[in-house]
Design a protein around this ligand. Structure first.
Ligand SMILES: *Cc1c(COP(=O)(O)O)cnc(C)c1O
Length: 472
């Protein structure tokens, strides 16, 4: 029976992956009602494993997005590299609890190895500590917990013991276009989102040096965290680390870098310059489940002051035996019991090797550039943002002399919806600097030339059909 259920899952998995090219990039959203009707079953009696698996496949099928495939350009989503996917399956089979070396020896050593590899790929100091967490947001939490520890220790406070009572409030200085996950990390750490200071960006989305300097001068003694960005979620923009990091350092601020996907350009000689000066930060957050194409969920935190990192996370109980000769994950992570997520990253990094990572990054950037150029050249389309790396934006213009910005917004939304309906490609929308736009993000190892042409053809046909509806 165990075998039947597993074989069923395996056969479905292979069929699903083989069929990605011919299946819709997004399905027509059936709505939560229908999915609920199918999935909310009775628990009055147990069901044999093969039936559970078969029904799950049937019932979930219509509610799956095609993000595993190469024609999915929504949000910032990676796929799953083959070796990483296989390692992820094995991970579930092996069922290790990667809290400590003693609870999962191989997993602990795999994480040691992966941490060193990641620092090499991402050009982070070999002395930095690291943690494998669920995603970039939790990497922010982990890094900023270390920052909170170090900055308050300078004020004589042991924050882990005494909490945030009777201490000067920390402030967090970041660009107004930062990723919202930072705000939640700040909330979770009890720092209070009110203490985030929004700083202006220039036209290219880079944090203004003058604005940072002014903000730091204002109440210069207040403990501060400066959050810089490698890869804006819409534009892929990079802050000017070479100019900004020394400014922050002059005021004793902790510099944290959000490099969810952007940090991966360190692997490429073509794009690496964007990160110049980034190695001077105090902490770095990145994702595995985006550009490295590792299965969810997987993010990475790195901290230059390893002792601050350890002090903020390390935890002991009488039944927890520390290892003298290996790294215990519990010293560096927010979780206790946890998935051995090092296996997926280990497999992905080995499959690609250094040249493969660079090639993946450059290929995605090339496809993003080509998608934006070709879609932007279509009648009725307009380029909003040419990719710096793998993210770009376009917008669609409503017709008629009286067409307003609002009409363009609605029209853009409608085009995005209709593209998804074709099943040929999926893009997501956003409001960027006050206008509705279509985002184009290429992160999946599977995306090839053919996917790009199929997507462009789909957009062209949607625009042509809309045109004929408007002018019959
Ligand atoms: C996706 C993203 C995050 C949040 O990462 P999660 O893995 O979803 O927690 C943070 N910053 C940027 C720039 C991102 O693109």
């Amino acid at each position: 029976m165990a075998r039947d259920a597993l074989e069923l899952a395996f056969r479905h998995a292979i069929g699903y992956l083989d069929g990605l090219d011919g299946s819709p990039a997004a399905r027509v959203d059936l709505g939560p009602e229908l999915l609920r009707k199918r999935l909310a079953k009775s628990l009055c009696e147990g069901v044999a494993p093969p039936q559970v698996v078969r029904e799950l496949i049937d019932d979930a099928q219509k509610g799956l997005l095609g993000s595993a495939g190469g024609r999915f350009f929504g949000w910032v989503r990676g796929g799953c590299l083959t070796a990483a996917l296989a390692a992820d399956w094995l991970n579930s089979v092996w069922d290790q609890n990667a809290a400590l070396y003693t609870t999962a020896p191989a997993a602990a050593i795999v994480e040691e190895v992966v941490g060193e590899w990641l620092k090499e790929v991402l050009h982070i100091s070999a002395r930095a500590s690291f943690a494998l967490v669920t995603g970039c947001q939790m990497a922010h939490v982990t890094c900023l917990a270390a920052a909170r520890h170090a900055l308050l220790a300078e004020h004589g406070q042991d924050v882990e013991r005494d909490g945030l009572f009777d201490v000067p409030p920390l402030r967090i200085l970041s660009s107004e276009e930062r990723h919202a996950s930072l705000d939640r990390a700040v909330r979770l750490l009890g720092l209070g989102s009110r203490h985030i200071v929004d700083l202006a960006v220039d036209r290219d989305g880079r944090l203004s040096q003058a604005a940072l300097e002014r903000a730091l001068q204002d109440n210069g003694k207040q403990p501060s965290i400066v959050v810089l960005r490698a890869g804006d979620v819409n534009t892929g923009a990079f802050d000017d680390f070479r100019a900004l990091v020394p400014v922050a350092q002059r005021y004793g601020a902790w510099v944290h870098l959000d490099g969810a996907f952007g940090l991966w350009v360190a692997s490429s000689t073509r794009y690496r310059d964007l990160l110049e000066g980034a190695d001077g930060a105090d902490s770095w957050a990145a994702d595995g489940h985006k550009w490295l194409n590792v299965p969810y969920d997987c993010g990475y935190a790195f901290v230059a002051k390893a002792e601050a990192h350890r002090a903020s996370m390390s935890h002991r109980a009488p039944y927890v035996t520390p290892s003298l000769h290996a790294r215990d994950e519990i010293d560096w992570n927010p979780e206790w019991s946890r998935r051995a997520r090092g296996f997926g990253t280990y497999a992905a990094l080995r499959q690609l090797g250094l040249p493969g990572i660079a090639e993946l990054v450059e290929r995605c950037c090339g496809h993003a550039e080509s998608l934006v150029a070709q879609i932007g050249a279509l009648e009725g389309a307009e380029i909003v943002w040419k990719p710096v790396i793998n993210q770009g934006m376009v917008r669609f213009l409503a017709h008629g002399a009286h067409a307003t910005g609002t009409a363009d917004d609605r029209w853009t939304e409608e085009v995005i919806r209709r593209i998804a309906l074709t099943g040929e490609a999926f893009f997501s929308g956003t409001t960027w600097r006050g206008r509705r736009v279509m985002r184009i993000s290429v992160c999946n190892w599977q995306t090839g030339e053919n996917d790009v042409s199929r997507a462009v053809r789909a957009v062209a046909s949607v625009l042509a059909n809309l045109e004929s509806e408007v002018k019959p």
